[in-house]
Design a binder for this molecule. Structure first.
Ligand code: C2E
Ligand code: CA
Ligand code: CA
Length: 906
């Protein structure tokens, strides 16, 4: 019976293991698994009940209690109940006398199993062999008690039949089944946690950006894990099972292999970096290799590959930035609150602060105090709006010196857009500022007086026209020319001239407001731009005039020139402006012209420009154009004025130029000589006139009636100083057959003084040819004995202004007397010009003058007329009645001269 019992139990235990399949197969669906287990256990119970050990008719024992109690203990209520229900149903279907008890035994097994389970869950009971055994014995003892309740059965009988072996076998079977189920559960638990661990590992591999390889020691890839297959740059199949050496470039493969070996040998992680050309460009990787523990060959390793391209590039950038930071420019990095974090060597060189002296300090410690709050406000506004400020700023060095720098501040923002740092980058521009100022001074200021130059004044005038028209004020442009400055310069030398100009500049500067511009245009020409005059025209002109008169007064005070005090008055021309009605050039011309008008009207006065003058400007320009055109034609002619002795005997003539203008008629030289000088055509005109004069003198020389005649020709400064004047004169003499000893060149004192040495040289060369020299307008310049002696002179010509006032003006008479004495002393011929009246002639004769030129004798006239006159004069002389005809002629000439002048003015 014992053997039968063991047989039954063994079969049931074996069948119970089927439960393991259901659990594994249905691991994912616990409810279904429990139900299936219940079905299996129930079915096994039924099998067990089919092979009963019949104790007595209708009384059977089997292993059902073992199964059901363990099904409830390990499977839980669902398994227990399903198994119990199947077993119970079968037992009921069997029927018989033990049906009730049999069913109750089934219920008892399930109930006790569930109770054990509850106690185990609460920790009151363990599922250990001893407890299981005690539980099995208890369950089957109770079963025996229940079986004893079957009619005709008793405890004693049952015990006698089943006895201790039943209890021990069933107890052992329960223990065995419990342990089997326990092991099954534990294995399942293990499998589950393994699966979970693997899932976790997969999750981790998926979450990190790195690629994870499992490789064997030969570099063969056993497993790849990545969140993104594309990172492999090839499909996983072509990686899996292949060796690194075969799929990577040789160098990289070798590198990784040696790292794998190192990791295996050392047991610590090996780290290596390498670069690869990938479809997304050249990229850098870091590989970390860790050997997997275990002795099995081949050994395996895990390789974690991370794309570190960004980090490498950042490092490179950082290295470059570090080098760039130590550049020639001063650099300063601050935090968002402008506390200095870092400075470079150039910063220290410029500011004088060592880095440890400034780090942690606010950047404003460098402020110079030269800029106001508005400046810094504007700076911050700009910086906040554009993250950049560029400009020039004054800062202070450690030694207190304030210096200019060119500064760029850039704001550095975090990815969230918050300013984290400011980077300041600057260069010391002290030297370039100095250079700039020097250049500016050179470009815009007159070096002698420090006044503005033409360029600056023109700029300011441009601006003034704009501002004036916008703000509605008027302005005035004043041209100021020193009267007779040239004489002072010539007489006292350039140093004195410079001193005078400097003092004049200071006076002008002192007489006007700060806002007005005083300029020097070179020479003795000053220009003042007066701004902010009243808007009303007359009032504005009145203020300008007041200012100009004040200027005249200031300028007319004596100048201290060395030991001497000299007076030098000025003439002022004013052009008023209001907005853009005139251009800058027009205004300049107007003021210039007014100034000439002031001079023309007798100097030391103020003249305004008015529209009539505008007309004059236009005419002047036209006149100059005509003049240039005329040079190539035959419009110029010479008139001749006789030079006589007291008896009216003509011994020479002066050639005087005339311009037969197609519209204006005969133009006197007073109108066109200066214009020719101004427009630069005087040398050409001079050549032309000299040629004409020489041609005539040559003809006269060949005519016995006029062969003794001297011809005086006026020579201008631009001719005298032309480098080829001597050669040209030589050529002219040759060409025309003119006798040089009959030719007299008239020069004025002032033109000699400007370059005395040059003049002497030229004159001496010409003197050698035989040409004589006369000083024209003598007495009006600063004649001195010294220079008269140096010059190869033949004649002095007393200026008309002295003759005019004779005999009443005693000072003129005194001058005449002095000149006569001077000429005698120097052995020079003397001639008085502009003799118009008999009493002038008489006075001159009384003073000892012997030669005369003037309307009283003959006015300048045409060639034919002069030749006729020379003929008739000779006849008159012969008849001894010179005086009458001479006076008559003078009167007639005066009328003719007046008519010519009238004609010209029209
Ligand atoms: P200048 O050399 O002093 O010439 C004398 C001027 O006085 C002439 O004026 C003449 O007409 C004028 N004159 C002569 N007698 C009398 C008189 O009794 N009373 C008055 N009030 N005037 C008298 P013109 O011809 O108009 O020449 C003016 C100036 O133009 C000349 O002054 C001379 O400086 C210049 N000039 C004339 N021809 C030439 C020339 O061919 N070359 C150069 N470079 N200058 C010339
Ligand atoms: Ca002359
Ligand atoms: Ca003269």
């Amino acid at each position: 019976m014992i053997l039968e019992l063991i047989q039954t139990v063994a079969l049931l235990l074996a069948l119970s293991l089927l439960h393991g399949f259901s659990m594994r197969a249905l691991a994912a669906r616990p409810r279904l698994a429990e139900t299936a287990s219940g079905l299996i256990f129930g079915t096994v119970c039924v099998v067990g009940m089919m092979l009963p050990i019949t104790l007595a008719p209708g009384v059977i024992v089997d292993g059902r209690s073992v199964l059901l109690s363990m099904a409830a203990l390990f499977g839980g209520p669902l398994t227990g109940l399903v198994a119990g229900a199947i077993a119970g149903a079968y037992r009921l279907w069997l029927g018989g006398g033990g049906m009730i008890v049999g069913t109750t035994v089934i219920a008892l097994g399930v109930a006790l199993g569930l109770a054990y389970r509850a106690a185990w869950a609460r920790g009151w009971l363990a599922r250990k062999p001893l407890s299981l055994f005690a539980f099995g014995v208890t369950v089957h003892a109770l079963s025996m008690v229940l079986i004893a309740q079957i009619p005709e059965q008793s405890i004693a009988r049952i015990y006698a039949v089943l006895g201790l072996p039943y209890l021990l076998i069933m107890g052992a079977a329960t223990t065995l089944l419990g342990l089997l189920l326990q092991d099954l559960a534990a294995r399942q638990q293990n499998e589950r946690s393994l699966r979970e661990r693997e899932a976790r590992l997969r999750a981790v591999a998926g979450a990190v950006p790195d690629i994870l390889f499992v490789l064997d020691e030969n570099g063969r890839c056993l497993e790849v894990m990545t969140h993104d297959e594309r990172l492999l740059y090839r499909d996983a199949e072509s990686v899996l099972g292949h060796r690194l050496q075969d799929i990577l470039p040789e160098a990289v493969g070798n590198l990784l292999m040696s790292a794998i070996r190192q990791a295996i040998v050392s047991g610590t992680p090996a780290i290596t970096e390498y670069a690869l050309d990938t479809p997304s460009g050249h990229r850098h990787f870091e590989g970390r290799i860790q050997a997997i523990e275990g002795e099995a060959a081949p050994r395996t390793v895990v390789l974690i590959v991370q794309d570190v391209t960004r980090r490498i590039l950042l490092e490179q950038e950082r290295r470059i930035a570090a080098i760039a930071f130590e550049s020639q420019q001063g650099m300063m990095v601050t935090d968002a609150r402008t506390r200095i974090l870092r400075v470079n060597q150039a910063f220290t060189e410029v500011t004088g602060y060592a880095s440890e002296e400034v780090i942690g300090k606010p950047a404003r410690m460098l402020a110079s105090g030269r800029h106001d709050e508005a400046f810094y406000n504007a700076l911050w506004q700009q910086l906040q709006a554009h993250d950049l400020w560029e400009g020039e700023i004054w800062n202070r060095r450690r030694n207190g010196e304030v210096y200019p720098e060119r500064l760029t501040i850039s704001a550095v923002r975090s990815e969230e857009g918050v300013v984290t740092h400011y980077v300041g980058c600057f260069t010391d521009i002290t030297q370039s500022k100095i250079n700039e100022e020097e250049i500016h001074a050179l470009a815009y200021y007159d070096h002698l007086t420090g006044l503005a130059n033409r360029r600056l004044l023109t700029d300011r005038l441009h601006q003034a026209l704009g501002h004036g028209s916008r703000d509605g004020w008027r302005g005035a442009l004043m041209f100021i020319d020193l009267d007779d400055f040239k004489d002072i310069n010539d007489l006292l030398g350039h140093d004195a001239g410079d001193a005078l100009l400097t003092q004049a500049a200071a006076r002008l500067r002192g007489a006007v407001r700060e806002t007005d511009t005083v300029a020097r245009f070179g020479g003795d020409e000053f220009v003042i731009l007066v701004e902010h005059l009243p808007a009303e025209e007359v009032a504005a002109a009145a203020s300008a005039e007041r200012l100009a008169n004040k200027l005249l007064e200031t300028m007319s005070a004596p100048y201290a020139l060395g030991s001497q005090a000299r007076v030098c008055t000025a003439s002022i021309g004013i052009a008023m402006f209001a907005g853009h009605r005139q251009t800058v050039d027009e205004l300049m011309q107007s003021a210039d012209l007014s100034m000439y008008e002031a001079k023309r009207q007798g100097k030391n006065r103020v003249r305004f420009f008015d529209p009539v003058m505008q007309q004059t400007v236009a005419e002047r320009l036209q006149f100059e154009t005509d003049l240039r055109d005329a040079l190539s034609g035959e419009q110029f002619e010479l008139h001749y004025q006789a030079q006589c002795d007291a008896d009216g005997r003509i011994d020479g003539v002066e050639a005087l130029a005339r311009w037969r203008h197609p519209r204006r008629g005969l133009v006197p030289p007073g109108l066109f000589i200066a214009a020719a000088e101004r427009c630069g055509c005087m040398p050409a005109l001079g050549r032309k006139l000299l040629e004409m004069a020489c041609l005539q003198l040559g003809r006269w020389a060949r005519d016995p009636r006029f062969s003794a005649l001297r011809l005086s020709v006026n020579v201008s400064a631009s001719q005298l100083y032309a480098p080829d004047f001597v050669a040209e004169t030589c050529a002219v003499l040759e060409r025309t057959g003119c006798p040089p000893d009959k030719l007299v060149f008239e020069l004025t004192e002032s033109m000699l003084i400007s370059d005395m040495a040059g003049a002497v040289q030229t004159m001496e060369a010409l003197r050698k040819l035989g040409i004589r020299f006369s000083i024209d307008d003598f007495g009006t310049g600063y004649s001195s004995l010294a220079y008269l002696q140096r010059l190869p002179l033949d004649e002095l010509k007393i200026d008309r202004s002295f003759v005019r006032d004779l005999p009443d003006n005693t000072s003129s008479r005194a001058i005449v007397r002095t000149i006569v004495a001077l000429a005698r002393t120097l052995g020079l011929r003397l001639i008085a010009e502009g003799v118009e009246e008999a009493r002038q002639l008489r006075t001159l004769m009384d003073e000892g003058c012997t030669s005369f030129q003037g309307f009283m004798f003959h006015a300048p006239t045409t060639l034919d007329a002069i030749e006729a006159k020379m003929g008739s004069t000779a006849a008159a002389l012969a008849a001894g009645c010179i005086t009458e005809p001479a006076q008559a002629a003078a009167r007639a000439d005066r009328v003719a001269a007046a008519e010519t002048a009238q004609e010209t003015l029209q």
